[in-house]
Design a protein around this ligand. Structure first.
Ligand code: ZN
Length: 358
């Protein structure tokens, strides 16, 4: 499953332009994340609920996503930060994810929809809009994940299939087994492969791609586009199998986006990072630096009880896999100059500037 399927933001809103304009007039917060509107005369685009002065209808254009508005040359409004508007998750989507996760046999779209009191097409639409995949694709990824977990735990292939709810290997690998290029037997030999759930969300700092195990987030990458952010994840985990976001990861992603939107408000994100003992101590210490403050590499070295290791601290900061939530951007050189940042010096400067404002 390509990770681009897990995108949250790339789906076309089904609202007509007239309905969109009504939503803008009403400053409808429930429409935030469904589309943005751009104003020709100012060159700025906003989320529907923006409190700025209203533009005239003839100067307004609508775009399904912030990215499309930017491609057309509009800049994000500094007041309403339209890039960070995230769709609220529909309760039916959450319920359907749970139903799929707990079912031992495949369910049809109509069966799933009936359980949440919707029609099949309606459920399909909101499910896709939220998670970027259909319930069927979600269930397939879910079964694959279960199968892989079983195989990694050393179960026999037949046991694993049974536990994952598949009736035959073809149900999981099917005629498209070439997609992964691995048979279950090969998969079992390759038990070192990790399965990671991924999601991409727009933020004011760029596209945020998150990868997670069920224990926690393993990486958060920032880039100018969703595709570039996903590419960073692929480079970081070249052997991982990527599956669409679970409901759990979707919730973590909402928290991560909120923490980027308001860095001064601390949120609890479960992390599942891999690193040496030294790196982990540095990353831990970074999380003790409050928003609005910075520490030199030297100060961090002292804080972890290795006063001569300032250079190694710098290197460990550079290896930090979790953008923003493990705030390596708050680590600076003695001179206070903004130096290298994995996700771009420019982003580091913007983050520090935003955090210094009360
Ligand atoms: Zn605005």
């Amino acid at each position: 499953m390509p990770i681009s399927d897990a995108r949250t933001s790339s789906h076309i809103s089904t609202l007509s332009d007239d309905k969109r304009w009504q939503a803008v007039l009403a400053r409808e917060a429930s429409c935030d994340g469904q589309f943005v509107f751009a104003v020709r005369t100012t060159g700025i685009y906003c989320r529907p609920s923006c409190s700025s002065r209203l533009a005239r209808r003839e100067n307004v254009r609508f775009f399904a996503t912030p990215l499309l508005a930017e491609r057309a040359g509009f800049r994000a409004c500094k007041k309403c930060h339209p890039r960070s508007a995230v769709r609220p998750i529909h309760p039916a989507v959450v319920a359907t994810c749970q139903r799929i996760e707990h079912s031992s046999t495949p369910l049809t779209l109509d069966e799933l929809a009936a359980e949440v009191g919707l029609t099949g097409p309606h459920l399909q639409r909101i499910f896709r809009r939220t998670l970027g995949v259909s319930p069927k694709q979600y269930a397939l990824a879910e079964r694959q994940q279960r199968l892989h977990q079983q195989l990694e735990a050393g179960a026999s292939i037949l046991d694993a299939m049974h536990a994952s709810g598949a009736r035959s290997t073809s149900q999981i690998y099917g005629p498209k087994s070439a997609r992964s290029g691995l048979s279950p037997a090969e998969r079992r030999r390759q038990a070192a492969t990790t399965t990671l759930a991924t999601i991409v969300a727009p933020t004011w700092l760029g596209s945020l791609a998150i990868a997670a195990t069920e224990r926690g987030i393993v990486a958060m990458e920032l880039a100018d586009s969703a595709a570039a952010a996903e590419q960073l994840l692929r480079k970081r985990f070249p052997r991982a199998a990527f599956v669409p976001a679970s409901e759990q990861l979707t919730r973590w992603a909402l928290l991560a986006v909120a923490s980027i939107e308001r860095p001064t408000q601390s949120v609890e994100l479960p992390l599942d990072v891999q690193g040496t003992a030294f790196q982990r101590r540095v990353w831990q210490e970074l999380q003790n630096i409050p928003a609005g403050a910075t520490r030199t590499y030297q100060q961090i070295a002292r804080a972890i009880g290795q006063p001569t290791a300032a250079r190694a601290v710098g290197t460990a900061c550079g290896k930090n896999p979790i953008a923003v939530a493990v705030p390596c951007h708050r680590a600076v050189t003695q001179s206070g100059r903004i130096t290298g940042y994995r996700w771009g010096k420019d982003r580091k400067a913007k983050l520090l500037e935003r955090e210094s404002q009360p």
